[in-house]
Design a protein around this ligand. Structure first.
Ligand code: HEC
Ligand SMILES: [Cu+2]
Length: 353
C-alpha cells in the first residue's frame, strides 16, 4: 500500500478491462509519437542542406505514402474509439441480475442502504463476483461517487436518481471518494468499500443487525405518512392501487405513457402524484388530491417507500413484510417483483393502465 504506484488497485471487472484499454492506448500513442519523432530526426539528418546553393528535387505527391499514413492510423484509432465506446457502454448498461444498493450523498457523508435494511455511513460492504447496482441521490449539493480501484465515478445529483454498476473481483478495502467539490468539508467526504468473499459477506450480513428490511421500513412509512389511506390494497380508495405497478406502463390523462421505475415513483411522490417530467399530467382517471410531500419525506424514507412499492406484489400478502433473507432475493435481484414478464397481472383496475 505504501509503494508508489502508477495505477490504483485493480479490483473490478471494469477496472481490468479499462487497464488493458489504457495500456494499449499508451502503447499505440507512444509508438506513433516516437515513430514520427524518429522519422523527423532521421530526415533532418539525412536530407539537411549540405551546400548553400543546393536545390532539392521537388516531389509534388506520392499517393502510396499518403494513403498509407492516412488509412493505417485511421483504422488503428477508430479501433480504439470502438473499443472505448464499448467499454463506456458496458458501465452504463447494468448487467442483469444485479444486487441493488441505495446511496444518499449528503454534506459530507455517504449514507448506504442495503435492500435487507442494513444501513451504513461512509462504509460499503459488498460481496465480490456479484454485480452490484447503486442507485444514488443527493440531499443537497452535487457529489460524485468515485472508487478508483473499481474505476467507477458517477455524479450524485439532488432530485434525480443516477445509477452505476460494477462487479468486484478482488477482496479488499478500497477508497471511496467524493469527486465533486461540494462545500467546506468536501475533502473529508471519504469512505471505504469492503469487497468481501461471498461467505464473509453472508456472515457480515447476518451480524449486521438489520432493523427490518428496507421495504418493511418503507411499509411502515407508507402507513405513517398516510399513503395507505388513499392507495388501498383493495384498489377502491381515492388513489390508484400501487400493487404490481413497478415495471408497468402507466397511461396519463395527457395520453402519454410512462414506464414505472424509481425515477417515475420519485417524481409522483414528491409532486402530488403527478410525474413532474410530464408537466401537469395525472394518472388517467384520477384527480389531483394527493398531498405534496416535498420537505416531509427525506431521501432515505423516500427510498424505503419506493423499495416497498417495488416489492408490492399482485396479491394482498404485501401485509406480511418479507424477512431480511427473502427480501434480498425479491427486491435486490430483480427489477422489482413486478418486473418484466409480470406486466399482465397489473391490469386489475378498470382504467387503461
Ligand atoms: C389524499 C390521498 C392520497 C394520499 C395521502 C397519497 N396519495 Fe398518492 N395518489 C393519489 C391520487 C388521487 C393519485 C392519482 C392522481 C395523480 O396522479 O395525481 C396518486 C398517485 C400516486 C402515484 C402514481 C401512481 C400511478 O398509478 O402511477 C404514486 C406512486 C403515489 N401516489 C404514491 C403515494 C405515496 C408513496 C404516498 C404517501 C407518501 C401517497 N401517494 C399519498 C392520492 C393520494
Ligand atoms: Cu461531496
Amino acid at each position: 500500500m505504501n509503494s508508489l504506484r502508477l495505477l490504483p488497485p485493480t479490483a473490478s471487472t471494469y477496472a481490468i478491462e479499462l487497464n488493458s484499454f489504457f495500456w494499449v492506448m499508451i502503447a499505440l500513442c507512444t509508438t506513433v509519437a516516437v515513430g514520427i519523432a524518429l522519422f523527423i530526426i532521421f530526415c533532418a539528418v539525412k536530407y539537411h542542406r549540405k551546400d548553400p546553393d543546393e536545390l532539392p528535387i521537388q516531389i509534388s505527391n506520392n499517393r502510396k505514402v499518403e494513403y498509407t499514413w492516412t488509412i493505417v492510423p485511421f483504422i488503428l484509432f477508430m479501433g480504439m474509439f470502438g473499443w472505448g465506446a464499448k467499454t463506456y457502454l458496458d458501465v452504463e448498461e447494468p448487467a442483469p441480475d444485479t444486487m441493488n444498493i441505495f446511496v444518499v450523498g449528503k454534506q459530507w457523508m455517504w449514507k448506504i442502504e442495503h435492500p435487507n435494511g442494513i444501513r451504513e455511513i461512509d462504509d460499503l460492504h459488498i460481496p465480490i463476483e456479484r454485480s452490484i447496482r447503486l442507485t444514488m441521490i443527493s440531499e443537497d449539493a452535487i457529489h460524485s461517487f468515485f472508487v478508483p480501484a473499481f474505476r467507477i465515478k458517477q455524479d450524485v445529483l439532488p432530485n434525480r436518481y443516477t445509477t452505476i454498476w460494477f462487479k468486484a473481483t478482488k477482496p479488499g478495502k478500497y477508497h471511496l471518494f467524493c469527486a465533486e467539490y461540494c462545500g467546506a468539508k468536501h475533502s473529508g467526504m471519504i469512505g471505504w468499500v469492503y469487497a468481501m468473499l461471498p461467505g464473509d459477506y453472508q456472515t457480515w450480513e447476518q451480524e449486521g443487525g438489520a432493523e427490518g428490511s428496507l421495504s418493511s421500513r418503507g411499509e411502515k412509512m407508507f402507513h405513517q405518512f398516510g399513503c395507505a389511506d388513499c392507495h388501498r390494497y383493495s384498489g377502491n380508495g381515492p388513489g390508484p392501487n400501487l400493487q404490481s405497478l413497478y415495471g408497468t406502463r402507466v397511461t396519463l390523462d395527457t395520453g402519454g405513457q410512462r414506464t414505472v421505475d424509481e425515477a417515475y415513483l420519485r417524481e409522483c411522490i414528491m409532486n402530488e402524484g403527478r410525474p413532474l417530467e410530464d408537466g401537469n399530467a395525472v394518472v388517467n382517471g384520477f384527480k389531483v388530491i394527493m398531498p405534496n410531500y416535498t420537505g416531509q419525506l427525506n431521501e432515505d424514507n423516500l427510498l424505503a417507500i419506493i423499495s416497498y412499492i417495488k416489492a408490492m406484489g399482485p396479491q394482498t400478502d404485501v401485509n406480511q413484510p418479507a424477512g431480511p433473507g427473502t427480501d434480498l432475493e425479491s427486491v435486490g435481484q430483480q427489477p422489482g417483483i413486478a418486473g418484466p414478464g409480470s406486466t399482465g397481472i397489473a391490469n386489475t383496475k378498470p382504467d387503461s393502465r
